[in-house]
Design a binder for this molecule. Sequence first.
Ligand code: CDP
Length: 230
Amino acid sequence: MAASSAIATAAGAAPVIAIDGPAASGKGTVAARVADALGFHLLDSGALYRLVALKALGAGVPFDDASRLGELATALDVSFGPTGVTLEGNDVTQAIRGEAVAEGASRVAVHPAVRRALLDRQRAFRAPPGLVADGRDMGTVVFPEAGTKIFITATPEARAERRRLQYAERGVVADVAALLAEIRARDARDSARAVAPLVPARDAAILDTTDLKVDAAVDFVLQRYAQRAA
Ligand code: CDP
């Protein structure tokens, strides 16, 4: 309690919109659109876990070596720019989007040492005029004091189909059954882990986007924010 109010004070008045949810629920797209509409900063926290996984793959660090992964997460030399993400000066915008890296991200994300190492980096994104943060634990752990919290879900089948379409846009043909299996495995791992599991914050609004267009989801978040800010 004391820690989260200290964070709120130190960060000043910059509002936070926390958007959490399972893999391929559309939260990244919605978060980016909301940030754009409000002129807010954007934190794609999943990218940080993906970067740790990518770095670990390159450095030959196994996904179960918690202490080396923690060191690697602490030392991560990364920058988020308007054109993409760089790791140690190399553009890795596309490299972090593959399913192998996504799976690695959910494996490195179970380690408390990794999560701890990424905490301050994530909180540093909070700056005026405000922040839209997307992930699994934005509303529960990283920004528990956020004024607006949304938990975006959709059925695993709808999410697998969305992921297939995302790949198709990049010219990659993916098997929807394999994507569905991957999504279910990641859901199970993200929900079952001991630290910062994937659960809605008690004060989050739940938004099921299975039958909802992106525009409607964006409007829902903007409305919730307007109600909070009023
Ligand atoms: O876009 P998608 O939902 O598939 O993945 P992501 O948001 O980039 O997250 C990749 C993995 O990182 C997730 O499966 C989680 O295990 C982990 N993650 C996390 O533990 N905490 C976060 N705040 C964000 C991501």
